[in-house]
Design a protein around this ligand. Structure first.
Ligand code: G6D
Length: 352
């Protein structure tokens, strides 16, 4: 197990460092103190070839100028909040409307665009990084001084675990996730249309034209949102289902897990023989097939285009503050926010 660091650039005068964790099997995870951003996850394919399976850039400038949240932590609240406003105990709070008139992914300068404090973590069979940040009262419009602590831990069983903890001095909102775009082909050799996704989910949230949940919950059975037996992502990209078309021909939807507690998601790609098993304690996963990945940039030499990566953002339900029947994302001063999502990589596993 090893832990190395290198200067990656400067952001508003602060040094940005890239940390690379490597385990005894050769898997490595690289990440930045800027937005806790995962820049690389290097894992073997069926032939043992080590390649990067997440979308990212080689320079800080590209992350600042172009990144659609590649690999970053998202917060205070992942997803959209309608009209960039909410009410708590009779007080109306106005958030940054960075996707006017709504609020997206923590605002104009959410957690993905903040410099986090870091410290190395070394355990008997794992190596990691602890990120900490104090989000001051009023940041992006949110109430409460919020202290966040995120632990990335790489084990010798090719598992990256991300544990989130947070405490507040005033009632506030919190819904954290990681926004990595996975592409198991390795070094973006192919897009994610032939990736196979499997998870036990019988319902998903309907989205409106603003990509915000309408509150209607739709049964997934016999639709392109039924992944229980495994499904190629391209079936949602080629689909005529109005919800697939609405989001730009693909998925951008919260999928509700069938059971409470810990749930599992399997993503695989036959050609590379790679698979990823995600386990999470969160109630949903936002499946986003990068339907809006366009811009004047390239990723690993591939010009930006749709479907180059797939996001599996394990989290609370988007816009929950406006839907009393959704699990609450309110954090009280007497409580501690805690959540863990684990990402375990395999090769030679034929898709589900
Ligand atoms: C688009 O609607 C999608 C979001 O879900 C995604 O997180 C973002 O692009 C990067 O706005």
């Amino acid at each position: 197990m090893k832990w190395v660091e290198r200067e990656f650039g400067h952001y508003h005068g602060e040094p940005v460092i890239e940390y690379t964790l490597t385990n005894n099997l050769g898997m490595s995870v690289s990440c930045l103190n800027y937005g806790c951003t995962i820049t690389k996850i290097i894992v073997p394919d069926r032939h043992g070839k080590l390649e990067n399976v997440v979308l990212g850039f080689d320079t800080l400038e590209e992350y600042v100028d172009f990144s659609p949240y590649f690999g970053s932590v998202i917060g205070r609240v992942a997803g959209r909040i309608k009209y960039a406003a909410f009410e708590l105990d009779g007080v109306e709070y106005k958030l940054e409307a960075n996707e006017f008139p709504n609020h997206l992914h923590g605002g104009r300068k959410g957690f993905d665009k903040r410099i986090w404090k870091t410290e190395p973590v070394e355990q008997v069979d794992a190596v990691g990084i602890r990120f900490t940040y104090l989000s001051p009262d009023g940041e992006e419009g949110y109430p409460g001084n919020l202290e966040i602590n995120i632990l990335y831990l790489l084990s010798n069983t090719n598992e990256l675990s991300i544990t989130y903890e947070a405490k507040t001095d005033r009632k506030t909102l919190i819904n954290l996730t990681n926004h990595s775009y996975f592409n198991l082909s390795g070094n973006v050799k192919r897009d994610c249309t032939e990736h196979i996704l499997q998870l036990d989910s019988e319902r998903f949230l309907e989205l409106g034209y603003d990509l915000i949940p309408t509150g209607k919950i739709i049964e997934s059975k016999n639709t392109p949102f039924d992944f229980n037996q495994g499904r190629l992502l391209k079936s949602g990209i080629k689909s005529s289902h109005p919800q697939n078309i609405l989001v730009g021909n693909g998925y951008d939807h919260p999928l509700l897990f069938a059971k409470k507690g810990e749930n599992t998601i399997t993503l695989s790609e036959k050609e590379s023989g790679r698979s990823l098993i995600i386990t999470t304690d969160q109630p949903c996963v936002v499946l986003y097939t990068s339907n809006q990945l366009s811009g004047p940039f390239s990723i690993a030499g591939v010009p930006a285009r749709n479907y180059l990566g797939v996001c599996l953002e394990t989290q609370g339900l988007p816009d929950a503050i406006h839907h009393p029947n959704f699990p609450s994302i309110i954090l009280n001063p007497e409580d501690v926010y805690q959540s863990t999502t684990r990402y375990r990589f395999f090769s030679n596993t034929i898709g589900v």
